[in-house]
Design a protein around this ligand. Structure first.
Ligand code: SF4
Length: 467
């Protein structure tokens, strides 16, 4: 159930006033500390040794991520690490190197740990021909053989680059969940973002995936793209609901042209909606989706009430990782491919981001790690606090005291006292035994999390705006 804000606060300041007052650039907290804090001292951080020390008795399950970076064309809004090419042989060559990385890593791992989650992301995983996807599936089976019976195996799908043969191959290797990039169904918006994708293409992808037994299909949408209006985005939501997805991700467009120069074209054309229009789009999407029976999860996800994400949110076991919200808490993440990020309970490590650098490291028999972090005990406590805020939109002081082994209210008294303005403005309310983010505060969830992040300093050139 959404948490109601106190009437006095919403009367005092409307949602847009609050966005104007509080919206500052900051991390999305798919990790804590965020990737902007990773350092290049791989040796002194002991990042390679972290793999072997993660084999300790009682270690949790394993989650696997494969970054497949190729795309045929570039969507101008895209913030992913991609390689644009039409050369199909690139996939096979990449797999040769991916196999090297998988074998180097697997040799250091306890491969008896169960694999509970596998994700193929990109880029465009279906840039890979079906035969290459089968080869990747064979390698995963060979090197990580202990797949748990309820393993969630998801793949990111670009409906424009999908054939039924891809879907059959993906099912054969065990994929059971798909996430479709749709973004917006309006042809004018599609032209402005360099991504033409007729609704018939989305319908065909859904039909193939359903016919081949994919248990869960997610759709990704983005608001804040050029030429979008509240009305046009509402029609996109209507179009997507006709596809009957199980989940939706409704992301705020992150405009970071200093990091992604292709996005500069949006500044030149002056077609981006302003903050007021963006907020209107998210509010309208929230209304439409909840009216259609979806539950809002965390920051930007929606799921059917019987979906595992919705069940995990109700149970307080929702988790957040580099792919967004997840039901798989406590797993170590092993990631492969350029720019991918791995994590153990005490470390993060990120791979080299360019194809030549990643390839050169593997040719020398080295793990292709570029940078990372070793978490202190305090970092781990802060990670748990920010995780609970981002997943539950509340902090339960008794639960946190138990889980962190400290008295939460006194240990973090300074941070709690620093919430006064958020309380006054109705973004946060006190509850019995804790605090909760209000419905009006949801778009500012990251801003509440920043108050518990001692590493955060406002640096507009590092992150996108909160809305
Ligand atoms: S297809 Fe996906 S990964 Fe590739 S450029 Fe477009 S948005 Fe980015």
């Amino acid at each position: 159930m959404p948490i109601k804000s106190s009437p006095s606060s919403t009367e005092a300041a409307g949602p847009l006033d609050l966005i104007r007052k509080y919206s500052i650039s900051g991390p999305r907290y798919t990790s804590y500390p965020p990737a902007t804090k990773f350092a290049a001292e791989i040796g002194s951080l002991g990042l390679e040794e972290a793999i072997t020390s993660d084999n300790a008795p009682g270690a949790g399950p394993i989650s696997l991520y494969f970054h497949l970076p190729f795309c045929e064309t570039r969507c101008w809004f895209c913030g992913c690490h991609t390689v644009i090419t039409l050369r199909r042989d690139a996939a096979c060559e990449y797999l040769d190197d991916l196999e090297r990385e998988m074998r180097l890593t697997a040799a250091r791992m306890d491969r008896n740990r169960p694999v509970t989650q596998i994700h193929l992301g990109g880029g465009t995983p279906t840039f890979f021909p079906p035969a290459d996807l089968r080869r990747l599936g064979g390698l995963i089976r060979e090197l990580f053989p202990q797949r748990s019976p309820d393993c969630e195996f998801s793949v990111e799908i670009d409906p424009r680059r999908l054939t039924e043969e891809h879907v059959v191959a993906l099912r054969e290797i065990g994929a059971n969940r798909a996430s479709l990039g749709v973004q917006d169904t309006n042809p004018r918006v599609q032209l402005a973002i360099h991504r033409i994708q007729p609704q018939a293409v989305n319908q065909q992808a859904f039909a193939w995936l359903r016919a081949n037994g994919f248990a869960s299909i997610n759709v990704d949408l983005i608001y804040g793209l050029p030429l979008q209006t509240v009305e046009s985005f509402g029609r996109t939501i209507d179009d997507v609901l006709t596809l009957r997805p199980d989940r939706l991700s409704v992301f705020s467009y992150a405009h970071v042209p200093w990091i992604k120069p292709t996005q500069k074209i949006f500044d030149d054309r002056e077609q981006l909606p302003d903050a007021e229009a963006k907020l209107g789009m998210f509010a309208a999407a929230h209304r439409q989706l909840t009216a259609a029976g979806f539950i809002d999860i965390g920051l930007d996800h929606f799921a059917r009430p019987d979906d595992s994400l919705a069940l995990a949110q109700r149970a307080g076991t929702l988790h957040r990782n580099f792919q967004g919200y997840s039901t798989q808490a406590g797993a170590s993440l092993y990631s492969f491919g350029i720019s991918s990020i791995s994590s153990t309970p005490e470390t993060y490590r990120q791979n080299l981001k360019t194809l030549p650098e990643w390839r050169a490291a593997l040719a020398e028999g080295r793990l292709p790690v570029e940078r990372g972090l070793r978490l202190t005990a305090e970092d781990q406590r802060r990670r748990a606090i920010i995780m609970r805020l981002m997943c539950d939109r509340r902090l339960d002081f008794a639960r946190l005291s138990r889980e962190l082994g400290v008295d939460f209210a006194s240990t973090y008294a300074k941070e709690l006292a620093g919430l006064t303005d958020l309380l006054t403005d109705g973004i946060v309310v006190r509850t019995e035994g804790g605090i909760a983010v209000t419905e009006v505060g949801i778009p500012l969830l990251r801003v509440v999390a920043m108050r518990f992040d001692p590493l955060f300093t406002e640096a507009p050139r590092q992150h996108a705006a909160a809305i």
